[in-house]
Write a protein that binds this ligand. Sequence first.
Ligand SMILES: Cc1cc2nc3c(=O)[nH]c(=O)nc-3n(C[C@H](O)[C@H](O)[C@H](O)COP(=O)(O)OP(=O)(O)OC[C@H]3O[C@@H](n4cnc5c(N)ncnc54)[C@H](O)[C@@H]3O)c2cc1C
Length: 381
Amino acid sequence: MKDEKKSVTFFSRRVLLKTLGLSVAGAITGCTPNKPLLMSVSRHLRLARVRVSPDRVIRTVVGLRPYRASGFVVRADRFDEKTVVHNYGHGGGGITLSWGSAHLAAELAGRTGHRQAAVLGCGALGLATARLLQRQGWMATIYARDLPPQTTSNIAGAQWSPTSVFDPGKTSAEFDEQFLQAMRLSYRYFQDMVGDRYGVRWVSNYILHDKSAPPGGLVGQHPEMYPETLLLGPGEHPFPTPYALHYYTMFIEPAVYLNAVLRDFLEAGGKIMVRELKSREDVLALTEPLVVNCTGLGAYNLFGDKELTPIKGQLTVLLPQHDVDYLLIHQGFYMFPRRDGILLGGTFDQGNWNLEPDLEAEHRILDAHADVFRRMTLPTL
Ligand SMILES: Cc1cc2nc3c(=O)[nH]c(=O)nc-3n(C[C@H](O)[C@H](O)[C@H](O)COP(=O)(O)OP(=O)(O)OC[C@H]3O[C@@H](n4cnc5c(N)ncnc54)[C@H](O)[C@@H]3O)c2cc1C
């Protein structure tokens, strides 16, 4: 896919108004020739506050992100007559990268000339891979120990952004290329799934900042995949820091999304075998000539990949709030508004395999969010 880098749309609203020779009041009332653009800026001031309190907590959940410092694995291995295509280890960005990574894995599968596949795993990676193989005419069977809603993929937030996927100092040039391809492909695949059926929607995301600085990380590097990037200055947003970086992102509701893809798979004639594969020998004994390994953290034992390590993440979920429809990231914490509840998160505990919730982490998450929303300005427009 061609690199279509374009320049960042990065400006503060004050700069914008000055450039246009307009007053803030004029922009807010919309009495200007540039009404649509300016109204879209003033809408940032009309955000509802999340009601954070312990009596609104409906559950606390834990998931283990399948992380590899050198990045995810998409690679084909030959074992006698069988080919195993690996597709695992996507860290904190597995939902985001699922379709792009599955696309790369399906390309490797296509080179074998077979048309019958065993897909190991029924999380985001297994489901996307199985569906793409079906679309290319394969007969696919999913073998999995857990089905949705029991997978890590069900725990994910999930915003479309491939973050916490690798350590930038530890990747190869080949991986960097795969990552970019998977990111771009996924960005495009998910756009075709926007709507109620798959539970995917575009939503505003705000990252709070104390200082004015151009966007860093993936937002700065790939503005073409973070539309309407805009630095809001003091008085231009309701949050208690001087600056808030805004961009649009796709937001995926895992409970809706995974069920919908699973339904598509079954309707297209796919079969599911609920079973745990205990060893590589178990895998090689499967009847299908092509196996795609989408076992996430399971590949640690199944294929002996000791670079894989969990990054434990804990989420405290509040009662749903239908007036809140934006994402917020502040000091490593995040708030994602899902239909099944308001997710409050922000723990990244590397090397921790413990799936039990940690009470101290829950308090930390609740306190940090209570503080930011208590100090947020209520809408006045
Ligand atoms: C708190 C939290 C927040 C996150 N937020 C985001 C986000 O906002 N955006 C985003 O893109 N990502 C996010 N992620 C990351 C995302 O959840 C993972 O990257 C993704 O779920 C990995 O998907 P997977 O299909 O590889 O693994 P899984 O969902 O874990 O699926 C693995 C499958 O393999 C099966 N399996 C494993 N071992 C075996 C075996 N031996 N035999 C048979 N079956 C086996 C399992 O039963 C399961 O079906 C988040 C993760 C956490 C924990």
